[in-house]
Design a protein around this ligand. Structure first.
Ligand SMILES: NC(=O)c1ccc[n+]([C@@H]2O[C@H](COP(=O)([O-])OP(=O)(O)OC[C@H]3O[C@@H](n4cnc5c(N)ncnc54)[C@H](O)[C@@H]3O)[C@@H](O)[C@H]2O)c1
Length: 260
């Protein structure tokens, strides 16, 4: 069998990219990274001011971006925001479903109802609301590439992590299901699993000693940077990744390789 040359173009050439939770951390790094590669970025976040600031950083450096306040827990906010973005920028060809929260870890017996409901609402229902809107549009417009941000806790659990781990495992299930359902529509859907990354989600919850210990636990002996997650996302949504779908990619400094 003759091996054809594989598309190696990783430039995004004016494609419209929709990113949730893009006002800080990993989402912000994805917005900056995709804009740098030529995407027109819809920077969305529940915090309107944070989304605006990131869009301004992009446009100030010659990139193309606009901002929208979208709360992923609110299906109507997603549907209306997504439709407005497409009306203004054209069909979304790239999507990064990144918005997420973490709450204080507690052993299962002590998890309050409201923690469970909040984590499921943001980290799971939020991904579903966006993924459905994206698949509906991409199905009608010749396809696209989607990345869902899961976690290493989408593969394993740690003490006190049950609700967060449940949501992040389910994000991988949604990813596989969507990839199977919409492969025929030329829609690629992959999940990325960050390890411990130095963003406000992590830095705001732990002491300096604890952060040091979390970093030291990974084989690479440090926390990851949001840009290191964004680099993988940028590749997955590019044409260079044209035969990848329905897969989970860790970006965790080797954390999962430890197995314990
Ligand atoms: N930082 C880590 O160590 C780590 C590890 C594994 C997975 N993750 C995942 O990466 C994703 C990004 O996290 P981060 O570390 O960049 O955190 P972050 O707190 O820096 O950023 C999260 C962003 O999501 C936004 N957001 C929160 N609720 C929202 C909602 N309802 N609708 C829309 N936006 C909302 C926040 O305003 C914020 O801008 C999350 O899904 C998180 O679970 C992070």
């Amino acid at each position: 069998m003759r091996v054809e040359t594989v598309a190696s173009d990783s430039e995004l050439n004016g494609r419209v990219a929709f990113i949730t939770g893009a006002g800080s951390g990993i989402g912000e790094a994805c917005a900056l990274g995709l804009a740098q590669r030529g995407a027109v970025v819809a920077v969305t976040d529940v915090s309107e001011s944070a989304a605006k600031a990131v869009a301004a950083r992009i446009t100030d450096t010659g990139g193309r971006a606009t901002s929208w306040p979208i709360d992923v827990t609110d299906c109507e906010s997603v549907e209306i925001g997504f439709a407005q973005i497409e009306e203004e920028l054209g069909p979304v060809k790239i999507a990064v479903n990144n918005a997420g929260i973490a709450l204080p870890f507690r052993v299962l017996a002590d998890v309050p109802d409201e923690d469970w409901a909040r984590l499921m609402s943001v980290n799971l229902a939020g991904v579903f609301h966006c993924l459905r809107a994206e698949c509906r549009s991409m199905r009608d417009h010749g396809g696209g590439a989607i990345v869902n941000i899961s976690s290493v806790l989408g593969r394993i659990a740690r003490l006190g992590s049950a609700p967060y781990a449940a949501a992040k495992h389910a994000v991988i299930g949604l990813t596989l299901g969507a990839a199977v359902d919409h492969g025929e529509d030329n829609i690629r859907v992959n999940a990325v699993g960050p390890g411990f990354i130095g963003t406000s989600l992590l830095l705001g919850r732990h002491s300096a000693e604890r952060l040091q210990a979390l970093g030291d636990h990974a084989p690479l002996k440090r926390l990851g940077q949001p840009q290191e997650v964004a680099a993988l996302v940028s590749w997955l949504v590019s044409d260079a990744a044209s035969f990848t779908t329905g897969a989970y990619y860790p970006v965790d400094g080797g954390y999962l390789a430890l197995g314990s």
